[in-house]
Design a protein around this ligand. Structure first.
Ligand SMILES: [Zn+2]
Length: 81
């Protein structure tokens, strides 16, 4: 399977996907730089949501105390040797 559609513009029916952001039908063509999104707005919204999510996860104390101890121990050894 190839997404190279230079040769089959005329012969293949356009592939349609649902915009991941607003579920609008999006025709998947090389003319749509925002695919699979329907628009720049939706792409930015999705990227923003993703960035927001990762920030939120990064800000949470994901490590438990044992992990922190290992990390601190490693940092302290690195500083002293
Ligand atoms: Zn959309």
């Amino acid at each position: 399977m190839t997404l190279d559609d230079k040769h089959d513009d005329a012969t293949q029916p356009p592939l349609q996907v649902a915009c991941p952001e607003c579920r609008a039908k999006v025709v998947w063509t090389t003319n749509n730089p925002y695919r699979p999104f329907c628009s720049k707005r939706c792409r930015l919204l999705d990227l923003g949501a993703w960035a927001d999510e990762s920030h939120r996860i990064a800000g949470e104390p994901a490590m438990d105390e044992a992990d922190l101890d290992v990390l601190i121990d490693r940092l302290e050894r690195g500083g002293q040797q």
